[in-house]
Design a binder for this molecule. Sequence first.
Ligand code: HEM
Length: 194
Amino acid sequence: MPETIAGYDYGASDLAPSPVTPQELRDLEASVLWTDDDAASLARAAQVLDGQIEDVLDVWYGFVGANPHLLAAFASPDGTPVDQYLARVRGRFGQWIRDTCTRPHDGQWLDYAQEIALRHTRAKKNTTDDVRSTPYVPLRHVIALIYPITATMRPFLAKGGDDEDTVDKMHQAWCKAVTLQVALWAQPYAGNDW
Ligand code: HEM
């Protein structure tokens, strides 16, 4: 892991507290069938994925790069992809994979989930990397990306030599964790109608 990741602010003292209450988080966890076993499966996933993060990101970035409607979110107003923006976000994305596998779902985690959400919206997109690009990522595209972000993970989870059942549990836990976070990220898009 690099010593510092550009724009990565997990646990920063000036981070705004999430408006999502711990009870709301517990309710959402219940909705995605989250259990302690999932946290344990993701701890194993972190070990398996260690050393494969760049390979995972190559797949995801390849997918974004191949889809103009997604690449647009990383492009300047004239449509040219901003390489520095792509590179800086890539570093945070890699750390997010690690965080998703290892961080407990506590207040700090909730606050950074809200920060990530804001960074996809008009409130904060482009500010962390001081870039001129599209003003927000449409929520519908965030929701749709759940499928590739989860489906493409299985082959990487299978590379650790675990039996099929263990791989399946890791994959299910990954799917739950991503769905849970995207549900949380809907908050700033939908405001009080959340
Ligand atoms: C930023 C994950 C959907 C475009 C990020 C970051 C993560 C992430 C972890 C970095 C957060 C940080 O700053 O620490 C995800 C996941 C998605 C998703 C898991 C869906 C399941 C999308 C979609 C787009 C997109 C559909 C559109 C192409 C971006 C952009 C940034 C970003 C442009 C940088 C925002 C900024 O700070 O200016 N995303 N994302 N994301 N994502 Fe997403």
